[in-house]
Design a binder for this molecule. Structure first.
Ligand SMILES: [Zn+2]
Length: 411
């Protein structure tokens, strides 16, 4: 039984990596030498070739980091390193919750350190070469340290509560952990703009002027109550442009990247706001929370079936049942199911993007939305012809061509 489980874990790790590499390879092969016919005019000379080079550089790095990650995990599994770490910690820390927490904090920290060079290369070689990166080395490390400290604090706090509940309640813990994780998700909805984003960026209200007026006119026309329209200085990290929408109930906020304001004209920006509003009006925010509710419940239920099983620990080479090893083994296995769930979730999200586009087209202007989508794709060097299977498992937005086709049908 034990060696059988070990082989399944090894299979799950290899299969998910090979699948990802296969999809990326398909996607690279799918890029055409010239842009797809209806999009030939959107790029200036050289622009399209640059987007293909960007895709190639990015994909090559992901090939390398995926392969490295797999080799590392297999090396650790076959050498019994996870078990050694568990046993070593056990001799110093008897408290079961602190023992499990320290196991994961050490693995999390090592993981950050080992993958730091990949992140560095991505920022200062790829993003830099294509004109996206605006961070200095100092800012890069400052942001990394802030993100690490934040992650550790949250992991420690939530991890402590969850592990405590697992040990106190036993196999039925999952009802409680489900509720706690959902509470945390709601909390981050509230805390993201107030505390998390301001750690990395400056948020300020959109200045009075014709753009603010145009956005206010549009939202008032739709009887929509927006608490704030904010601008975030995304340009402090990257020139890539974006916009998003946050909040439930009365405190709804629209957040625009300063880079978006520089890239688009006034009416195009209002069209982007209209799209974001479409997400809200079509209840995609609630849907997102409901989806998180289902996925968390499923994951916690499955975890409850595995977390006390001695077979999982012994399959990894441990002489006895160990909570952290069981959790680790479970997440290795869960990866495969996660791929499938991501696929389903992305399919729904892509449909929602089209719904939000349609909303913007109906309540504002399909032409302005189309021109903003084109400009943003060019600005962000978006891949114009992704492989459909790659899209199915990796994209939460439909390809540009699909969105433009859907918009043209609405005109
Ligand atoms: Zn959207």
């Amino acid at each position: 039984m034990e060696s059988y489980l070990f082989h399944i874990i090894v299979f799950a790790l290899i299969a998910s990596t090979v699948w990802d590499i296969f999809l990326n390879w398909l996607n690279l092969r799918h890029t055409a030498i010239v842009p797809p016919a209806p999009l030939t005019s959107i790029y200036e000379a050289q622009g399209y070739a640059k987007s293909v080079r960007y895709l190639r550089a990015d994909t090559n790095l992901s090939f390398l980091s995926n392969t490295f990650n797999l080799a590392l995990l297999l090396g650790l599994l076959f050498s019994g390193a996870f078990v050694s770490l568990d046993t070593y910690l056990h001799s110093y820390i008897q408290h079961p919750v602190l023992h499990a927490l320290s196991f994961f904090l050490i693995i999390g920290t090592l993981n950050e350190l080992i993958f730091l060079p990949f992140c560095y290369y991505k920022t200062f070689h790829i993003e830099q070469a294509f004109g996206f990166n605006t961070m200095s080395l100092m800012q890069f490390f400052q942001n990394k340290i802030k993100a690490y400290v934040l992650m550790m604090l949250i992991a420690f706090l939530i991890g402590y509560i969850l592990l405590y509940i697992v040990l106190m309640i036993g196999p039925n813990f999952w009802y409680y952990s489900w509720a706690i994780i959902m509470g945390f998700i709601f909390f981050t909805q509230w805390a993201y703009l107030r505390f998390i984003l301001p750690l990395f960026n400056r948020l300020s209200p959109l200045k009075d002027g014709s753009l603010r007026q145009a956005i206010e006119d549009y939202v008032t026309k739709l009887d929509f109550d927006v608490a704030e329209i904010l601008v975030v200085n995304g340009s402090a990290q990257s020139t890539k442009a974006n916009a998003f929408f946050m909040g439930l109930g009365k405190r709804k906020r629209i957040v625009l990247y300063d880079t978006l304001l520089e890239t688009l004209k006034e009416q195009e920006i209002v069209a982007v706001v209209a799209h974001e509003l479409g997400h809200y009006k079509k209840r995609h925010v609630e849907w997102g929370l409901f989806k998180a509710f289902l996925r968390t419940g499923l994951m916690q239920f499955l975890l409850a079936t595995a977390i006390f099983s001695p077979a999982l620990s012994t399959s990894l080479g441990s002489p006895a049942m160990s909570l952290p090893l069981n959790i680790l083994g479970f997440f290795f296995l869960y990866q495969l199911l996660s791929l499938l769930l991501d696929g389903i979730e992305y399919a729904i999200m892509r449909r929602q993007e089209l719904e939000a586009d349609a909303y913007a087209a109906q309540t504002y202007c399909p032409k302005k939305l189309a021109s903003s989508l084109k400009k943003l794709a060019v600005h962000n060097l978006t891949n114009l012809s992704p492989h459909p299977l790659f899209v199915a498992f990796n994209h939460n937005h439909p390809p540009l061509l699909k969105r433009l086709e859907a918009l043209s049908k609405l005109k």
